[in-house]
Write a protein that binds this ligand. Structure first.
Ligand SMILES: *[C@@H]1O[C@H](CO)[C@@H](O)[C@H](O)[C@H]1NC(C)=O
Ligand SMILES: *[C@@H]1O[C@H](CO)[C@@H](O)[C@H](O)[C@H]1NC(C)=O
Ligand SMILES: *[C@@H]1O[C@H](CO)[C@@H](O)[C@H](O)[C@H]1NC(C)=O
Ligand SMILES: *[C@@H]1O[C@H](CO)[C@@H](O)[C@H](O)[C@H]1NC(C)=O
Ligand SMILES: *[C@@H]1O[C@H](CO)[C@@H](O)[C@H](O)[C@H]1NC(C)=O
Ligand SMILES: *[C@@H]1O[C@H](CO)[C@@H](O)[C@H](O)[C@H]1NC(C)=O
Ligand SMILES: *[C@@H]1O[C@H](CO)[C@@H](O)[C@H](O)[C@H]1NC(C)=O
Ligand SMILES: *[C@@H]1O[C@H](CO)[C@@H](O)[C@H](O)[C@H]1NC(C)=O
Ligand SMILES: *[C@@H]1O[C@H](CO)[C@@H](O)[C@H](O)[C@H]1NC(C)=O
Ligand SMILES: *[C@@H]1O[C@H](CO)[C@@H](O)[C@H](O)[C@H]1NC(C)=O
Ligand SMILES: *[C@@H]1O[C@H](CO)[C@@H](O)[C@H](O)[C@H]1NC(C)=O
Ligand SMILES: *[C@@H]1O[C@H](CO)[C@@H](O)[C@H](O)[C@H]1NC(C)=O
Length: 640
């Protein structure tokens, strides 16, 4: 995605495909329907549907990773990047704290926190970290760790407490023996009571009387709640579980803009995101905050494996927002991509495969899809992309012919001609509701030999990047209509990824997102679009079925599919009038109806989930079901 006006040039590019290849006219449906539509679903006779269709796109933005789905809760924990200074730190007791570049924790973690203690100190002193707008303090078990240097043996006290209330929710001692010779890592686990709000911080204190008139150094502090699948350096279990419930099939990562870099040298570099955390320098990202890269290349792949998602790995293809590298200058970067793929796919006897094994993964990862760059139709990428694409395509395809390669845009002026066989083109669409609905037939008349993915899409009622926007039911309904267009054509639309995925409320650069949260309890808020994604991904068969209908598409839209003897019929009412629909489905008698409905502009707000999918049982011995579709409602029948 792009900020500001670039958004719409991106969308313009996507549209030009539809116009160039199929002459699709905008659908201008009358939104006041007859109110009674009957649908008859055929037993068979349809096209195969891509098993990968509904996925998600992740890039570090809106604190979706650091301060988001990645489990580590303390902000600025390694003083990475250049923009944060002492953000989130404060002294505790009669101590002075400062960032100390003369005592780096490691080559990559270039500084530490110096805590100096006055000569007359008698009590515990230390420092606090206030996390990402607070620390979520839950009734659960935490793991905390820190590096420490300086002569000290005795107790270190760790607390989770209210920043303003002073209420202590967790209070735990560990005994350390630290030396002045080198940094040593210490870790411990402890239980906490729940805080009623997010206004909390983490404290580390030590016996000041033992260090009076001197100082101790601390670095790379970490605090983890329970993680998804209990992985070390894993994802937050609570946030990851909500995503897993969507049943996404694909994860597109690590960007998005954030792979590109504001300059060539600040691009996402795979080999600085692997191995021990203190060997990861982090970087100043494309979305205005430093990335810790604790959520690195291997962590993305564990995430995919744990959620049974197919990885769609994007590689850096020569374009940053500063310079663009092409021709023979690109060769070292192509080599770097090949090193990355050897790290992921090589046996543990290869140079880079061995490194992967050392980092905890002996068997190669499974990588079947690689995207070459991001949005190369934009920000000056177009002219050089065909050559850059061919260079990278050839290197990857020669060595790994099983990998399907994805071109980063769908504007044929910015693509090689001809495109190598089997390449998927990636379209990105952020649209207003009516515009999404007008693109319902975008793929109906595309050539069937050109596979497509929609690697980013989401309803956005504005071209202004600034501000905070929330999904609302009309917009989510328009996404459903567009998704039906994709699903009906999922012989060529291979994958689709709603974006962006997650926001930490109050720490955002781009919205709306699939879901959001903050540091306080009960803050997790799935958007209306979340429920559409979940409904669609959870109710799709492997074969699309023809449907006879008593009226044309609009305001009611539908798509039917089946796997074995289970039939799925999705419905969306993009209109202000109720629609009563009868659906006849052969050889079925019962199942469930999922329904998402609300008033046109209604959406979920932080701490206020007013719209959720409602599931009811349906039954009819002759396979005829009546579905009452409220205005703007989205529904799915699953029967057998
Ligand atoms: C839809 O059906 C309900 C009864 O199930 C009825 O009250 C309503 O009038 C019908 N609406 C339309 C538009 O036919
Ligand atoms: C759909 O309509 C066609 C043409 O009238 C008919 O042959 C076919 O049996 C119908 N299919 C269903 C499922 O009703
Ligand atoms: C199958 O794809 C063809 C285009 O190749 C299309 O005309 C037809 O409508 C599709 N069938 C279904 C059931 O979507
Ligand atoms: C904390 O969780 C435990 C079980 O994990 C439960 O028994 C206890 O009631 C909870 N306490 C609070 C204060 O929620
Ligand atoms: C706690 O964190 C440390 C440092 O990351 C790690 O070595 C240790 O295994 C963790 N302990 C538990 C119980 O997860
Ligand atoms: C931690 O150690 C200090 C000093 O010995 C002691 O005062 C305090 O009670 C201990 N806290 C816990 C939770 O054990
Ligand atoms: C990463 O790869 C680049 C290019 O191959 C190399 O110059 C750099 O030293 C590597 N960095 C690390 C940390 O291995
Ligand atoms: C698809 O088919 C058309 C017409 O036969 C042809 O012009 C085009 O090059 C083909 N595209 C691909 C990607 O094979
Ligand atoms: C959507 O945008 C239009 C202007 O393009 C505005 O009139 C309308 O109020 C917006 N709706 C919402 C729900 O934000
Ligand atoms: C569909 O049937 C096949 C063959 O019996 C079976 O292997 C497969 O697991 C079934 N699929 C689902 C989703 O139940
Ligand atoms: C469903 O109802 C229609 C009339 O609405 C009828 O023609 C059809 O036979 C019924 N379908 C089944 C499977 O009984
Ligand atoms: C099943 O559908 C048929 C045809 O629409 C209808 O006549 C019948 O009342 C329905 N039965 C039940 C139990 O809803």
């Amino acid at each position: 995605m792009k900020s500001g006006t670039a958004v719409f040039s991106s969308l313009g590019a996507a549209i030009s495909i539809a116009l160039a290849t199929c002459g699709a006219e905008a659908l201008t449906h009358d939104r006041t329907g007859s109110g009674l539509v009957s649908l008859a679903v055929a037993k068979d006779g349809g096209n195969r549907s891509s098993p990968l269709l509904y996925g998600v796109m992740f890039e570090e933005m809106d604190h979706s990773g650091d301060g988001g789905i990645h489990g580590q809760l303390l902000q600025n924990n390694g003083f990475q990047g250049s923009s944060l200074g002492m953000t989130s730190y404060a002294p505790v007791g009669d101590a002075q704290i400062s960032r100390d570049t003369s005592k780096p924790v490691s080559t990559a973690i270039k500084s530490s926190l110096s805590v100096s203690v006055p000569e007359d100190a008698t009590s515990y002193v230390g420092f606090a970290n206030t996390g990402y707008n607070g620390v979520p303090v839950m009734n659960t078990t935490y793991n905390t760790s820190f590096w420490m240097m300086g002569d000290y043996s005795g107790a270190i006290n760790i607390q989770l407490l209210g920043s303003h209330s002073g209420i202590v929710y967790a209070d735990h001692n560990l005994t350390v023996q630290s030396t002045a010779a080198k940094f040593t890592q210490f870790s411990t686990t402890f239980d906490s009571k729940p805080s009623p709000d997010g206004d909390n911080e983490w404290h580390l204190t030590f016996d000041g009387s033992k260090v009076a008139g001197s100082s101790l150094s601390f670095g790379y502090i970490q605090l983890f709640p329970p993680t998804y699948h209990d992985r070390e350096n894993g994802l937050r279990k609570d946030l990851a579980t909500v995503l897993a419930e969507v049943n996404p099939t694909v994860l597109r990562f690590p960007g998005g803009n954030n792979i590109e870099g504001l300059q060539v040298d600040s691009r996402w570099k795979w080999n600085t995101t692997i191995g021990p955390l203190i060997d990861r320098p982090g970087r100043e990202s494309d979305w205005f905050y430093p990335n810790s890269d604790a959520l690195g290349l291997d962590e993305y792949l564990w995430w995919c494996e744990d959620m049974k998602m197919t990885p769609l790995l994007a590689v850096w293809a020569g374009k940053s927002y500063g310079d663009i590298i092409s021709g023979s200058d690109l060769e070292p970067y192509v080599d770097d991509i090949m090193n990355e793929l050897e790290y992921l796919l090589g046996s543990s006897t290869t140079q880079y495969g061995k490194l992967r094994a050392q980092n905890g993964r002996r068997d190669p990862w499974k990588i079947d899809y690689v995207e070459i760059g991001n949005e190369d139709d934009l920000t000056g990428g177009c002219a050089t992309y065909p050559d850059r694409f061919n260079q990278i395509y050839k290197a990857i395809h020669d060595k790994y012919p099983h990998i399907t390669l994805v071109a980063s845009n769908g504007d044929y002026r910015c693509l090689p001609s001809p495109l190598p066989e089997g390449v998927i083109i990636d379209l990105h669409l952020y649209r207003q509701p009516d515009d999404f609905v007008a693109l319902f037939n975008q793929f109906d008349n595309q050539p069937r030999n050109q596979s497509v993915m929609v690697g980013e899409y989401g309803c956005r009622n504005t071209s202004d990047a600034k501000g905070t926007y929330r999904s609302y039911i009309q917009g989510s309904c328009s996404e459903a209509v567009y998704m039906m267009g994709m699903e009906r054509n999922s012989d060529i639309v291979q994958m689709a990824a709603y974006a962006p995925m997650l926001e930490h409320f109050g720490l955002i650069a781009w919205s709306p997102t699939l879901y959001g949260f903050d540091s306080s309890p009960g803050s997790m808020t799935p958007s209306t679009s979340y429920y559409v994604q979940k409904m669609f991904a959870s109710n799709k068969g492997d074969t699309i079925l023809p449907v006879n209908s008593s009226s044309d598409f609009g305001p009611l839209y539908w798509v039917a599919s089946k796997t074995n003897s289970t039939y799925y019929v999705k419905l969306a009412n993009y209109g202000a009038d109720e629609q009563n629909v009868t659906v006849s489905i052969p050889d079925t008698n019962s199942g469930r109806l999922e329904m998402l409905a609300g008033s046109q502009l209604q959406g979920n707000r932080p701490h206020d989930i007013s719209i959720q999918t409602v599931i009811t049982k349906v039954q009819n011995d002759s396979g005829n079901y009546t579905v009452n579709m409220a205005p703007w409602a989205v529904a799915a029948l699953a029967v057998s």
